[in-house]
Design a protein around this ligand. Structure first.
Ligand SMILES: Nc1ncnc2c1ncn2[C@@H]1O[C@H](COP(=O)(O)OP(=O)(O)OP(=O)(O)O)[C@@H](O)[C@H]1O
Length: 490
């Protein structure tokens, strides 16, 4: 049997005369076709050392290295999301459907439940070859579309944009799975968990993206936060003349800390349109479904819906009067001729919690913006370093072998040595991030401060200001970017 050679991409130049692999070569297809053959290497979360004991009472001019980058937990969360987005499953026989390929099942349930839609359903992550982005496909298995008109109901959903709703993109029928299925296409939210898995637990290991079995009962503040977001979603949906028709803990996604979104919208409008009820009745049913969800969350499971009276007694004992009044409004069926609306619920019962939610969203936004502005600084430095690396030690430019070693480019090479290859008085490498950042920032700002650059053989010494060095970088980079004079001559 042929042996598979394991190659470390970082050592590919050491392969001598054997297979030459260049992992950095990109083909035009890479954007659309992720590699299916093997799992990606797990990301090395430890690459940045974790925060050590905090040094308190730093002087105003002192900063720790961690202060220059994203906080560890945010970085790790974003990396996990990237990893989940790129995750693929090798040797899995799933078809290409319409423009979607590289399907990865997100729902690993063996016995598929039909309770939500009346048909078993499966959920896949897939890549679109139209725009190269990941999407979620929800396949309703064994469904035959009786009337083409019904699938048009999705068009109205496509126009709905809300932070509390998973955006609907498309719906189409397919026989690519060997049966007649209908596919609904949604935004993909990496590492999303359902509200059911988070708070009712028990089955969370079913899903690829959810490896822990931890779940916890929701607190009153958390339930208010959910109520605010779901009523915001319902307000948008009802204002568009539609109804959610499915407010269920398994169909609400948690996509970030305290952030939830209504999932699987539009499906029942295609599968079961106009079931002898008016839109107003469906909208009223949305309000009652929200009430049932709140009751289940307050009592820690959907079992309470078998005996709501007992559940309400529990709420009476454990929850505030304000909470009980809101739940009462949602759950109690109005008398004949009376109507309830989500707007009325918001203005009469949830108003103060909307203000609170808005405030905490603003605070979270401020925090993210400050992290973003810090990363912007880092992005600026990376761009400058990239430019420098395009220039220094370039083996050849326009037939000139020594281009990068002569003139002002030579100074840039010495500057690179000064920034990265300094040694201390014992000859040990000076690995000092603060020195690197200070130098690159001064270069970017073009400061008048001067720096002494010494040749590697220590025979020559140059003094240049950061301002001059910055000009050298710009000149050399512009030279690289100009249309090739060789090409013009040919
Ligand atoms: N839009 C989405 N983005 C990211 N992940 C999603 C999305 N929709 C669903 N998922 C993932 O797929 C999993 C399965 O979703 P599904 O709606 O089938 O939930 P379920 O709990 O399995 O419900 P059911 O019991 O009806 O099958 C979810 O737990 C979630 O991790």
């Amino acid at each position: 049997m042929a042996q598979t050679q394991t190659v470390n991409p970082y050592e590919y130049t050491n392969l001598g005369n054997q297979v030459q692999i260049n992992p950095y070569v990109h083909t035009a297809n890479d954007m659309f076709y992720q590699q299916q053959s093997n799992f990606p290497q797990p990301l090395q979360y430890h690459l940045y050392a974790p925060r050590g004991p905090e040094r308190t009472k730093l002087d105003p001019h002192q900063r720790t290295i961690h202060g220059l980058f994203l906080p560890d937990n945010l970085r790790e969360e974003l990396q996990k999301k990237n990893e989940a987005t790129l995750q693929s499953v090798p040797n899995i026989a799933l078809p290409v459907v319409d423009v979607y390929h590289s399907l990865v099942p997100l729902d690993m349930t063996v016995n598929k439940s039909s309770s939500a839609f009346g048909f078993p359903s499966s959920v896949y992550k897939a890549w679109s070859n139209k725009d190269g982005k990941p999407y979620v496909l929800r396949r309703i298995e064994g469904f035959r579309l009786a009337n083409e008109k019904h699938i048009m109901n999705v068009q109205r959903w496509k126009k709905i944009l809300s932070g509390s709703i998973v955006t609907v993109h498309d719906a189409f029928t397919t026989t690519r799975f060997g049966d007649s299925s209908i596919i609904f296409v949604y935004d993909y939210h990496p590492c999303a968990r359902t509200l059911h898995d988070e708070h009712f637990g028990g089955q969370s290991t079913r899903h690829l993206s959810q490896r822990n079995n931890h779940h916890q009962n929701a607190s009153e503040a958390q339930i208010w936060n959910y109520m605010v977001q779901i009523s915001t979603a319902l307000k948008t949906i009802h204002a568009a003349g539609l109804a959610a028709r499915l407010i269920d803990a398994t169909k609400i996604l948690i996509t970030g800390k305290g952030r939830i979104r209504l999932n699987a919208c539009s499906i029942l409008d295609v599968l079961a349109p106009d079931q002898h009820a008016s839109m107003l009745e469906y909208q009223l049913e949305d309000i009652h479904s929200l009430g049932r969800l709140v009751l289940s969350l307050a009592c820690g499971g959907t079992g309470v819906l078998q005996n709501p009276k007992k559940g309400l007694e529990h709420v009476q004992r454990q929850y505030s009067a304000e909470f009980r009044a809101a739940l009462n409004y949602l759950i109690v069926v109005p008398e004949q001729g009376q109507m309830k609306t989500i707007d009325e619920f918001i203005s009469q019962y949830a108003y103060s919690h909307f203000a609170q939610s808005l405030d905490s969203a603003q605070l979270a936004n401020d925090e993210l913006e400050s992290h973003l502005s810090r990363e912007l600084e880092n992005g600026r430095l990376v761009r400058l370093l990239t430019k420098i690396n395009f220039i220094i030690e370039r083996p050849e430019y326009e037939d000139q072998r020594a281009w990068s070693e002569t003139g002002e480019r030579y100074l840039l090479k010495l500057f690179r040595d000064y920034v990265f290859h300094s040694v201390d008085e014992h000859g040990h490498p000076a690995v000092d991030m603060a020195h690197v950042l200070a130098c690159i920032n001064k270069l970017d700002a073009g400061s008048d401060e001067k720096v002494m650059l010494v040749s590697r053989d220590e025979q020559n010494c140059f003094v240049a200001s950061y301002k001059e060095l910055k000009r050298h970088v710009d000149n050399a980079f512009n030279e690289l970017c100009k249309p090739s004079s060789l090409a013009l001559r040919r």
